[in-house]
Design a binder for this molecule. Structure first.
Ligand SMILES: Nc1ncnc2c1ncn2[C@@H]1O[C@H](COP(=O)(O)OP(=O)(O)OP(=O)(O)O)[C@@H](O)[C@H]1O
Ligand SMILES: [Mg+2]
Length: 291
């Protein structure tokens, strides 16, 4: 889905300078857009940060559109985006690449297959680091030099010193406080500029439901927007855990309710994911009053 964002002229110019650079390699990694910002400032700030060669850390709850946001930046800059998914298994090889045996004129040679960080650096494109706080604390410091003004790394597999090409940029995403996450190391956090990504509400949410789900009934869409707003309020009052208001789950419920009754769609998409009986009851009661 491509959205025509109402961006100020100077920001459009920033995008155009980048867009016009020829990028034949990795064109298949230019992503689709579609992020609906709660406020245009989010996009303006992100574009400004990236165009200055600084790193962005998107911070927000699950299903708030962080990945979509990053993909939209790739779309807007018309730049391929490599991506790394962090987990406890993330190691130097999955970030930087690995050595393998290959044949050259029937002779065996050792070849280095670059990973996402090296690829993005050498092609001067974007790198998306998802769930950055899921990695083991000792792994990411490997790329500290890549993330600061040096934009450089000594590839431990080849001993080659690699400096990022113009255009290289990093967007990371973090989902604080979830099971399996570790607090982000200060030195790492320090290398990013933070953009908070909240759940969208109201008019923007209505548009997203209309354009991104199978739900067409205006009255039902309105009720889902109201449900979402009540869920967000309950989260802010500490009555529900944050993911109860996830837009991802809400969109699933909207999709399903184009076929099955809305109440059951909500039960499956939102309620049954909640851990505590008290929370499940709360959302079911809310649903009863609305649908
Ligand atoms: N503001 C938004 N604009 C566009 N799509 C959105 C928005 N918020 C949520 N979505 C939709 O909700 C779903 C989840 O979004 P996405 O995967 O980007 O969330 P996330 O913040 O990366 O979640 P997680 O932390 O679980 O990875 C996608 O289908 C996405 O299109
Ligand atoms: Mg994501």
């Amino acid at each position: 889905m491509h959205i025509n964002y109402q961006l100020p002229e100077n920001i459009k110019e920033l995008l155009n300078t980048k867009r016009n650079e020829v990028k034949p390699a990795f064109a298949e990694l230019i992503r689709q857009g579609g992020y609906v910002p709660p406020h245009m400032d989010l996009l303006i700030d992100a574009i400004s940060i990236l165009s200055m060669g600084k790193n962005i850390l998107l911070k927000g709850p699950t299903g708030a559109g962080k990945t979509k946001f990053a993909e939209t930046l790739s779309y807007l800059f018309n730049q391929p985006m490599f991506s790394v998914n962090c987990s406890v298994d993330l190691d130097a090889e999955s970030l930087l690449g690995f050595k393998t045996l290959a044949y050259e004129d029937k002779k065996q040679v050792i070849e280095f297959v670059p990973g996402p960080v090296i690829n993005a650096m050498t092609s001067g494109t974007l790198l998306y680091i998802d769930e950055i706080n899921m990695a083991k604390p000792e792994t990411l410091p490997l790329i500290n030099g890549v993330l600061d003004y040096r934009r450089t790394i000594t590839n431990p597999f080849t001993n080659e010193v690699i400096t990022a090409k113009e255009g290289f940029g990093v967007v990371a995403a973090i989902n604080e406080g979830y099971i399996g996450t570790v607090p982000l190391n200060e030195a790492l956090k320090n290398r990013f500029i933070v953009i908070e990504v909240p759940y969208i509400e109201g008019e923007q949410l209505r548009n997203l439901i209309q354009t991104n789900t199978r739900l067409t009934n205006e009255k039902t869409i309105e009720l889902f927007v109201k449900l979402s707003s009540d869920l967000v309020t309950a989260v802010s009052q500490g009555k529900l855990s944050e993911d109860a208001a996830s837009i991802r789950a809400l969109l699933d419920a909207c999709d399903l309710s184009s076929i099955i009754p809305a109440k059951r769609a909500i039960l499956r998409s939102i309620v049954d994911k909640l851990d505590e009986e008290r929370e499940r009851e709360f959302v079911m009661n809310l649903t009863e009053t609305l649908f």
